[in-house]
Design a protein around this ligand. Structure first.
Ligand SMILES: *[C@@H]1O[C@H](CO)[C@@H](O)[C@H](O)[C@H]1NC(C)=O
Ligand SMILES: *[C@@H]1O[C@H](CO)[C@@H](O)[C@H](O)[C@H]1NC(C)=O
Ligand SMILES: *[C@@H]1O[C@H](CO)[C@@H](O)[C@H](O)[C@H]1NC(C)=O
Length: 346
């Protein structure tokens, strides 16, 4: 159920999950074989894959971060980060340029930048490491100096640009939308980098302080991008005169040529309601989805099932309870049970 993602993202995700020691298998199999196997890569992505086989594992890790986070953020929604693909399990990208597509692009681009930055800090990639600009220098005014290993997010972001953006080869409005959302995802990550400090001196008196930059939790990026998703702006392409291809995006029906901001997520088309299965919009529909009988939010049966009603399933929930510690040393528990119900959409 990873249809919302482009096939190379999914392939890397599966590849990463199936071969945790993939680094050695890449080396053993040879970069040529692996890189030719990944479906849907653009020529420049394939070239980068062949030149940097160690990085392809980390890119897979980044795709996994993004996909997992997308599924977490949308677990209670009608759209749950899956959509129907065309034929294969790997599917196509979301063909509608919707808010949901915007989110998947932003979270993937951020995920790749994040994973590459983390791998650099841990010395796992050959061409990067800690941020050298932040080593040994003093911040005179604030009374501390750079120390430890500062995460080199600029490298991670640049790498994500080179790899993820290289997929956008069609010169159309969708390309502009995808590139904007990729950049927005990376920008949100850059803005969330954290300064951590440590005090030195007699019994922690803090006579000197060293500080370094670290990555935030990826979950934080997920929440921020989810907010951006809620406030996403609809845009339309603008063609510079004479040239046929669209050259930039402006906010739809805005006066003049108001452009979206760097961290706005942008979409071209309104979303379907995701109620019914529809191969054209890529909606899986909500038939069979679990819903909550009392919630008034998107996970509630009324909203989730789009008014079609729901089936009630009765079951008995069993768990260990009233556990007591006995001297010495064991724990004894009773078994408790409770009748419970679950609901699924018709
Ligand atoms: C770096 O490599 C080690 C050992 O292979 C691995 O356990 C760790 O998860 C890697 N870290 C990153 C951020 O890829
Ligand atoms: C999302 O919904 C689809 C269709 O109802 C379902 O098959 C799938 O398991 C769900 N995916 C997740 C990650 O919950
Ligand atoms: C259903 O929703 C209610 C209200 O939002 C919440 O308190 C409850 O924990 C939910 N039940 C389940 C099974 O998620």
């Amino acid at each position: 159920p990873l249809y919302s993602f482009h096939e190379w993202q999914v392939w890397l995700y599966c590849f990463y999950q199936n071969t945790l020691q993939a680094l050695s298998s890449v080396v053993a199999l040879g970069a040529n074989i692996i890189c030719n196997k990944i479906p849907g890569l653009a020529p420049r992505q394939r070239a980068l894959c062949q030149n940097r086989p160690d990085a392809i594992i980390v890119i897979g890790e980044g795709a996994q971060l993004g996909i997992n986070e997308c599924q977490h953020q949308f677990r209670y929604g009608r759209w749950n980060c899956s959509a129907l693909g065309e034929r294969t399990v790997f599917g196509q990208e979301l063909r509608v340029g919707s808010r949901e597509a915007a989110f998947t692009y932003a979270i993937t681009a951020a995920g790749v930048a994040y994973a590459v930055t983390a791998a650099c800090s841990q010395g796992n990639l050959s061409q990067c490491g800690c941020d050298r600009e932040k080593q040994g220098y003093h911040e005179q005014e604030e009374g501390w100096k750079w120390g430890g290993c500062s995460a080199d997010v600029k490298y991670g972001v640049e790498f994500s640009r080179r790899f993820v953006d290289a997929r956008e080869i069609k010169k159309n409005a969708r390309r502009l939308m995808n590139l904007h959302n990729n950049e927005a995802g990376r920008k949100v990550l850059e803005e969330r980098m954290k300064l951590e400090c440590k005090c030195h001196g007699v019994s922690g008196s803090c006579t000197t302080k060293t500080c370094w930059i670290t990555l935030p939790k990826f979950r934080e990026i997920g929440y921020l991008l989810k907010e951006r998703y809620s406030d996403a702006v609809q845009v339309e392409p603008v063609r510079a005169s004479r040239l046929r291809q669209p050259s930039f995006l402006r906010i739809k029906e805005s006066r003049g040529f108001q452009k979206p901001t760097d961290t706005d997520l942008v979409y071209l088309e309104r979303s379907p309601n995701y109620c019914e299965e529809d191969t054209i919009t890529g909606s899986t529909g909500t038939k069979g989805r679990l819903c909550n009988g009392t919630s008034a939010h998107s996970d509630g049966c009324n909203v989730m099932c789009c008014g079609r009603g729901y089936n009630t399933h009765h079951y008995t929930r069993v768990w260990q309870c009233h556990c007591k510690f006995h001297w010495c040393c064991f724990v004894k528990c009773n078994t408790c049970s409770e009748k419970s119900e679950a609901f699924t959409c018709k």
